[in-house]
Design a protein around this ligand. Structure first.
Ligand code: NAI
Ligand code: 15L
Length: 273
């Protein structure tokens, strides 16, 4: 089966950690990979185009989107922090992206949402895409906004979106929590490929995890996307247990799925400490 179902694929956030890891892999999904970020990260290579844009700049985003058939949207603020950059990058930015997609006739988007949309569920709970959002941070709220906005663009304009609630996409899991949340770069590429090629995507919310033995997520309702993870954090368990201390069960970063994002940013009230 060919995975090149789109001629020009736009990748936002291309200069970031995940964008850098996906850059080469995504060339299998298109004839031209158009790379966008707000920072200049060097020249386009073979099979690539550059389209630098700050997501808060509607006109620059429109130029980046024009002429592409699908978008993998990774750009924006990726951690908890001050509200204004989150507002500009993740809320105004995702609006600018969907408006450009509507105007230029783009029909499919893979949106990098986050496990922090549901970070206030406990680590002893298993959740599905149907569970209501419980964001753990302003960052998580901004991703929930992107999910709702994409739902509206599907219902009003038929733009299909996969909201991929990425867990922890790094080369390796870094701590005990990531034994549950880890998503390998190869599995993320498999998941994006499934989202770009499945005949009917609709508006789907899917948890982005590898095949980890410990999991807080149930993707059974989104089997139609066709994502089958092939990697697992399990082989890293022994080394992570050996180098990290026994967790304190009363620590909110251990109780809740969002981990350290629970304590980042604006202070929590006493009842959650
Ligand atoms: P990153 O922070 O390394 O990359 C984000 C990129 O977006 C950066 O290159 C940055 O320059 C760009 N960016 C930020 N604000 C921008 C703006 N206003 N206009 C244009 N570009 C802007 O993040 P990473 O780890 O590569 O994550 C990629 C995406 O996946 C992010 O949307 C993040 O929220 C999401 N995600 C990542 C996870 C992970 O484990 N790496 C987990 C869950 C979600
Ligand atoms: C995220 O949403 C962040 O973008 C990433 O930096 C990680 O912290 C990840 O979640 C996580 O929860 O491990």
């Amino acid at each position: 089966m060919t995975t090149k179902v789109h001629h020009t694929l736009l990748l936002t956030g291309a200069a970031g950690g995940v964008g850098t890891a996906l850059r080469e892999r995504l060339k299998a999904n298109c004839t031209v990979l158009r790379l966008s970020d707000r920072v200049d990260f060097g020249p386009a290579l073979d099979g690539e185009e550059m389209a630098l844009a700050d997501l808060s700049d509607a006109s620059a985003v429109s130029n980046a989107v024009q002429g592409c058939q699908a978008i993998v949207h990774l750009g924006g603020v990726s951690t908890e922090g001050a509200f204004d950059p989150i507002l500009q990058g993740n809320i105004v930015g995702v609006y600018n992206l969907y408006e450009a997609a509507r105007i230029h006739g783009v029909k499919r988007v893979v949106f990098a949402s986050s496990n922090h949309v549901t970070g206030f569920y406990r680590q002893c709970e298993t959740i599905t895409p149907a569970h209501p959002p419980r964001p753990d941070s302003l960052y998580g709220v901004s991703k929930a906004f992107g999910e709702d906005l994409s739902r509206m663009y599907f219902d009003r304009y038929g733009i299909e979106t996969a909201c991929v609630r990425i867990g922890s996409a790094f080369a390796e899991p870094r701590d005990r929590r990531m034994l549950a949340s880890w998503l390998s770069f190869d599995d993320l590429h498999r998941l994006i490929t499934a989202c770009l090629t499945t005949p009917v995507l609709g508006h789907s919310i899917i948890f982005g995890m590898s095949d980890n033995a410990v999991s807080w997520y149930d993707n059974a309702s989104v089997r139609h996307v066709g994502y089958v993870p092939q990697d697992s954090s399990d082989g890293f368990r022994e080394a992570i247990y050996a180098r990290t201390p026994e967790p304190d069960a009363s620590d909110p970063t251990v109780q809740y799925q969002g981990g350290t994002f629970l304590m980042a940013g604006i202070p929590m009230t006493a009842h959650r400490k």
